[in-house]
Design a protein around this ligand. Structure first.
Ligand SMILES: Nc1ncnc2c1ncn2[C@@H]1O[C@H](COP(=O)(O)OP(=O)(O)O)[C@@H](O)[C@H]1O
Ligand SMILES: [Mg+2]
Length: 292
């Protein structure tokens, strides 16, 4: 495949001894790819490594014909990256800051740059506020500016690291819609700890935890594989421990003051359990539980 991202044997141990990546192998085709994992899983370490900002201890990364870790300049020319801790200059406006980023990206032709910056500001719906200070923007507006700078220069690889954390539902939907509109030939890696981000948007996904890939699938297939094995029961809170001892409890949640549990079982567990339509949360929590 001409524009696939291929990751092999990536390892990273930080100076403090934390093994953040323990041999990551991953094939990421063009389209939206969800990298799902809890805090501390190693998502940002992996994202920064692929974005050439940090070297691993071992392993290789290629994007099509580009050796990402060796040929950092070539990678950066085709890369758009929205880091987890994206900060904006509060006293600048989107128009001048995006123009500045475009210069850094090597878009030197003034006319070309102006056209690109203006088109992007329209696309992310910041055109009306293009001359307002970024410091006064909401989280969602800042993230939309972040995706605009990541899309400068028509990248082949777009990496967005936990972009929806802290956004309200409306802002989140708006942001995800922007991601969904990125071209089909572009590899888009969305790292997140929010299952719905992946469920709503990604054709392909991986679950990582403890620096390892635990699961790699198409979300729809993974959900289907849980069908007939996912069971639900409403219980009293004080009975939770007892249920944990007897069943593979994959999730618990409070619904109107009652505790609703989901368990994984190849067969009907009886005892008041009912089959449920599995969803990606069931896949995610089952995967994490098995690895624990
Ligand atoms: N610069 C660093 N120095 C030392 N440890 C780090 C550093 N960055 C991350 N870690 C540790 O590496 C592990 C993976 O972190 P990270 O890649 O940020 O995961 P995630 O993005 O999935 O939350 C965590 O245990 C974290 O504390
Ligand atoms: Mg992170």
């Amino acid at each position: 495949m001409p524009n696939a991202l291929t990751i092999r044997g990536l390892t990273k141990t930080y100076a403090n001894g934390v093994r953040a990546l323990r041999g990551i192998d991953l094939d990421v085709p063009p389209g939206m790819f969800g990298l799902l994992g809890p805090n501390g899983a190693g998502k940002s370490t992996l994202m920064r490594t692929v974005a050439t900002l940090q070297d691993p201890d071992a392993g290789t990364v290629t994007l099509g014909e580009i050796d990402v870790l060796r040929d950092k300049d070539a990678t950066r020319r085709v890369l758009g990256y929205l880091p987890q801790d994206f900060g904006v200059y509060p006293h600048l406006d989107p128009l001048s800051l995006l123009d500045h980023f475009a210069v850094l990206k090597g878009i030197v032709d003034r006319g070309e740059r102006k056209a690109m910056v203006e088109a992007l500001l329209q696309r992310v719906n910041l055109w009306n506020v293009r001359k307002k200070r970024l410091g006064g923007f909401s989280g969602g507006m800042k993230q939309r500016f972040g995706i605009a700078q990541a899309l400068l220069g028509a990248p082949r690889l777009v990496i967005v690291d936990e972009p929806t954390a802290g956004l309200d539902p409306e802002e989140r939907t708006r942001f995800l819609n922007l991601l969904a509109e990125i071209g089909e030939q572009v590899v888009v890696v969305l790292s997140t700890h929010i299952v719905d981000d992946v469920a709503d948007l990604c054709a392909q996904m991986a679950i990582i935890a403890g620096g390892q890939v635990l699961h790699r699938s198409e979300p729809r297939e993974a959900i289907e594989a849980m069908r007939g094995k996912t069971w639900r029961k409403v219980i009293d809170k004080q009975d939770l421990e007892q249920h944990r001892e007897r069943h593979t409890v994959i999730s618990t949640r409070l619904v109107a003051g009652r505790t609703v549990i989901h368990v994984f079982d190849e067969h009907d567990p009886g005892h008041g359990f009912a089959a449920v339509d599995p969803d990606l949360e069931d896949v995610y929590f089952t995967t994490l539980r098995r690895a624990a």
